[in-house]
Write a protein that binds this ligand. Structure first.
Ligand SMILES: [Fe+2]
Length: 273
């Protein structure tokens, strides 16, 4: 299966993995987000609902959306929920097969929330490349729907646009595009994920649902690959280690200082000599 997904990724510049993430983890992320919303409302002595959408709209009366997105994301990152989501077997196996076993993810990522009132501006983006936001060509973006019901806004890609290079742009939109291109709106659902390169053009779909759509875009990269964008300004946490990286950690330093970790073992080895 990974071979087929890898072919799609290199051919189109993105790939949809329909059941990549353990749905139990998506539920945990949803509960964490709703709990954070409830805590904000309780701290301001406001009424709390069991419904995330009601809590979210009430929180918007207290905090601007960009602050709310940061706060909610800090909690799901801090509670290791993003880490567990990314370690879902299918996703992790696919990441390892496509970009290798030495992986890290962006810990200062930010939930993307779209509401029905939102016009195409800051939160609802026009066609763009992640490259414009400092994600280098060796890094990937994983887009994960968290609160997502049928008919909510998905994400739309331009097939093969990753082969066009750096698209000229101004004010967060392309200045020029080829006359002909093919697009795809992803049939996303809770439990699915989309992996895309940083040059693949994509945009948010129209959101006509009364509840907000909450998705998590997170940069994932092989930490041995070059940082060709602004990755040195981002924050990353380790996700997975190869044998080589594990051995490097055991050895402790690049000079291979002998017998530094275990005194007993050192003595035994010396005795044998
Ligand atoms: Fe994007």
């Amino acid at each position: 299966m990974n071979q087929r997904l890898n072919l799609q990724l290199i051919e189109n510049g993105y790939v949809h993995i329909p059941d990549g993430i353990d749905k139990r983890l998506i539920k945990i992320a949803q509960e964490n987000i709703n709990d954070s919303l409830k805590k904000i409302l309780i701290s301001k002595k406001k009424d709390v609902s069991e419904k995330y959408d009601i809590n979210f709209y009430n929180c918007l009366k207290i905090l601007p959306q960009y602050e709310l997105q940061v706060l909610l994301t800090q909690n799901i990152v801090g509670n290791n929920i993003v880490y567990q989501i990314l370690r879902s077997k299918k996703i992790l196996d696919f990441l390892i097969s496509s970009i290798g076993p030495d992986l890290e993810y962006e810990s200062n990522c930010e939930l993307n929330i779209i509401t029905i009132e939102e016009k195409r501006d800051y939160f609802v983006k026009k066609y763009h490349q992640e490259f414009w936001s400092g994600v280098g060509i060796a890094s990937m973006m994983l887009w994960i729907p968290i609160y997502f019901e049928p008919n909510m806004a998905s994400v739309e890609f331009i097939k093969k646009s990753h082969t066009w290079g750096h698209i000229p742009h101004k004010n967060r939109e392309p200045i020029k595009l080829p006359n002909k291109y093919e697009t795809e709106i992803i049939k996303a659902k809770e439990g699915s994920a989309v992996l895309t390169g940083s040059l693949t053009l994509h945009k948010s779909g129209r959101h006509k649902h009364s509840k907000p759509r909450i998705a998590l875009p997170v940069v994932v990269r092989n930490f041995y690959y070059p940082k060709t964008g602004n990755e040195d300004l981002m924050e990353f946490r380790r996700l997975n280690w190869s044998y080589y990286s594990k051995l490097r950690k055991i050895l402790g330093n690049p000079h291979l200082s002998p017998f530094r970790t275990d005194l007993k073992r050192t003595i035994n080895l010396e005795d044998k000599d």
